[in-house]
Design a protein around this ligand. Sequence first.
Ligand SMILES: C[S@@+](CC[C@H](N)C(=O)[O-])C[C@H]1O[C@@H](n2cnc3c(N)ncnc32)[C@H](O)[C@@H]1O
Length: 298
Amino acid sequence: MVVEPKAWEHYSEEEVLEANKLKYGNEAIVQFYEDFEESKYSYREYDVVFSAVVDMLMPHLSGSLRAVDICGGAGKGAFTIKKCCPKAEITLVDLSEKMLGVARKRAAKEGFNDIKMVLSDAYTFLNGNKEYDIIIFSSAVHHFKDPVKLLETAARSLSPRGVIITIADPNRLKSTRRYKFFEFLATDKTNKKTIIKNLLKNGFKGKDKPDIFDVAEYQAYYGIDDLKLRKDLEESGLNALAHIRYPAGESYLTKIMPYFGLFWAFSFILTPNDKYKGKEWELKHRIKRSMPFAVDLM
Ligand SMILES: C[S@@+](CC[C@H](N)C(=O)[O-])C[C@H]1O[C@@H](n2cnc3c(N)ncnc32)[C@H](O)[C@@H]1O
C-alpha cells in the first residue's frame, strides 16, 4: 500500500523522531558517514565560529570548559571543540548506536580518547539536569519538529556563562531556483541524470515536493525560516549574539555562491542572558574577518 505523505505540520514530534531513528539506523546512511571525507573548507567555518566562542568564554570559566555535541553523529562538532580547546570535557550525544560507532572510530583515529559518547535522544539527554558551557547543534536543528522548543530546552542546561552554537542548517534560500542550479552543478552524474529526467517529465514548474518524502530531512529540503526562528527565540528570551548566513558546501561553490546572494546555511550563537552584552560586535567582526568565504552577518 502506498501511503501519501502528510503535510509537514501534521507530523508529530514522535513521528519525526522515529523517522530519524530509522534513517540513522540504516546501514547505507551510516556507511556514507563512515566513508565521507570532509573537504578542507567545510570544516573551516566550524574552526572560525567555535574558536571565536571558546575565546569569548574561556576568561570567564573557573574550571575546564564543558561542551556537549547533541546529534553529534560522526563527531564534527565535538572534534572541532577538542581542537580549539584540548582540555575541554566533551560529550557527544546521538540516538543512533551505529553513528556513535562511526564517531568512536574517527575519535580513535584523531587521537581523541576522552570524548564521552552517549546513546540518547536529544530531549531525554537535555532533561537530565546537567550543565554545559557550550551546547552544539551541528546540522541538527533541522531534524526536529520544533526548533524553538529544542533550543529553549537546551538553554536550561547552560552554565551561567554558557552559549548554544547551531551550525550547518539550511535556510529558505535552499528552495530557490538559483540554489537548485548550483546544487545541480555540484551533484554527481547519476543525480544529474535523475534531475534532468524529472525536469523533462514534470517541467520547470513541476512538483515542488522532494522525490523521496524523507521526514527526517524534510526541513533540509525546504530550509528553515531562520529570521522567524530568531525572532521566536528572542521572544522566548534566547538572544542571538551572532546570526551568520554563509554558503556551505564544496569549496569552489562557497566562493561563487555569495555573488548570487546564496548564503543558504545559517549559524546562531545564542545566549539566554545579557552576560556578553557589548561583545556582539567584536565576535561578529572576528568571525567575518576569519571566514574563508563571504558571509552575511544579520
Ligand atoms: C545530519 S547528521 C549530523 C551529524 C553531525 N552533527 C554533523 O554535523 O556531521 C544528524 C545526526 O542527528 C542524529 N539525530 C537525529 N535526531 C536526533 C534526536 N532526536 N536526538 C539525538 N540525535 C538525533 C542522527 O542520528 C544523526 O547522527
